[in-house]
Design a protein around this ligand. Structure first.
Ligand SMILES: [Fe+2]
Ligand SMILES: [Fe+2]
Length: 151
């Protein structure tokens, strides 16, 4: 095995911890109820990713990362952007950037570690599926938003 399972899973868990921090900032800026509910459900997906990755890390003898406000900066640009932006559109644009990062990292983990045990691959694929759904929703919502607000 080229890469260490615990290391790969720990990096992804830390990324998901950062994503939750960013989602919490984004939620403060979103006023539209339906968009708020979707973004809130995505935050919960990331919390589940952290739980499931942590369980797997323990199964392979590792110690899961602390789920504190220990922001590691995996998605620093999108996170920083959230401090200065206002409104739903700005929040969505920052989260689009963040979700591109989560997608890129899960994809990379899957591509580089095809030799990991099936249970690990299955978890990565499940989480990656969620990340793809998150990014797609954000992009479609931004497109609709742009159309509705410019006509
Ligand atoms: Fe995630
Ligand atoms: Fe996501």
């Amino acid at each position: 095995m080229k890469n260490d399972i615990v290391t790969v899973l720990t990096d992804l868990a830390q990324l998901d911890i950062d994503a939750v921090c960013a989602y919490e900032q984004a939620l403060e800026k979103i006023e539209e109820k339906t968009i708020y509910q979707s973004i809130d459900s995505f935050r919960n997906d990331h919390l589940r990713h952290i739980d499931d990755l942590s369980e797997m890390i323990k199964n392979y003898g590792g110690t899961p990362p602390e789920r504190s406000k220990d922001f590691k900066g995996f998605i620093i640009e999108g996170f920083t952007a959230l401090r200065s932006i206002t409104g739903t559109r700005g929040a969505l644009r920052a989260m689009e950037f963040n979700e591109k990062t989560t997608n890129k990292n899960y994809k990379k983990a899957l591509t580089e570690n095809a030799d990991f045990p099936p249970e690990v691959i299955a978890l990565l694929q499940k989480n990656y599926g969620d990340e793809q759904r998150h990014l797609n929703y954000i992009q479609v919502t931004l497109q609709k938003w742009n159309v509705e607000r410019t006509v």
